[in-house]
Design a protein around this ligand. Structure first.
Ligand code: FMN
Length: 200
């Protein structure tokens, strides 16, 4: 059982990653093989809307996203972690999310993978970040386990919230437990829930 932690925080071992570490450690207690992948350390360019993935199923941008596609596809669970930047997820997160449009094609899919979110804000914007990542998971037909939302400004602030740290470990254990149930969507395709020009 593999759980990939995708950190969208530029701050190493900041509040987001402290909570993500706790989630991944909780999952590790139940036998999950875990990894925290720091997007900021990689070269991941924004989607340039070339459209070639629609026909080839492949993204032609040769950067670290190619490796991350494989990691995401081989994971049983994906933990998304983001600080709130200007009331939403960070630019690092948006780059990764947009590039996964290539996984809509060529028989690739994140369907049935168990998901979870950690979001940390100084004061305002948690719901917006959570909403975007939840919509993402639902439209990918991932199975959201739950989320941790926390407030903190300085590096390490969240360590003071004992309950939050405990809830994070619990979330990791729950991800592992849900993965063990081997849930599979009846239809593995991405879930399009708005109709119009993007309807397939
Ligand atoms: C560029 C930038 C924008 C931010 N925008 C917001 C914001 O809109 N709302 C908020 O509550 N906190 C905002 N923050 C504060 C961070 O969300 C907060 O410090 C958080 O703890 C950072 O998480 P980290 O330690 O994982 O990096 C911002 C911080 C930065 C650097």
């Amino acid at each position: 059982m593999k759980i990939l932690g995708l950190s969208f925080s530029p701050r190493e071992r900041g509040n987001t990653e402290l909570l993500m570490d706790a989630v991944l450690a909780g999952a590790g207690e139940l036998g999950a093989e875990t990894e925290l992948y720091r997007v900021v350390e990689k070269n991941i360019q924004p989607c340039d809307a070339c459209g070639s993935c629609f026909t080839t199923g492949e993204c032609p941008i040769e950067d670290d996203m190619q490796y991350l596609y494989e990691k995401m596809l081989s994971a049983d669970g994906i933990l998304f972690g983001t600080p709130v930047y200007f009331y939403n997820i960070t630019a690092q997160g948006k780059c990764v999310i947009d590039r996964t449009i290539a996984l809509n094609h060529g028989g690739k899919s994140l369907s049935s993978k168990v998901g979870a979110v950690v979001a940390v804000a100084g004061s305002l914007g948690l719901v917006d970040a959570l909403k975007d990542l939840y919509f993402y998971m639902v439209t990918r037909r991932m199975l959201p386990a739950s989320f941790i939302a926390a407030y903190g400004s300085n590096k390490g602030d969240v360590k003071d919230f004992e309950q939050c740290m405990k809830a994070s470990s619990e979330l990791g254990r729950n991800m592992a437990k849900i993965i063990k149930k081997k849930f599979v969507y009846p239809d593995g395709k991405a879930n399009y829930i708005a109709y119009g020009t993007h309807t397939f």
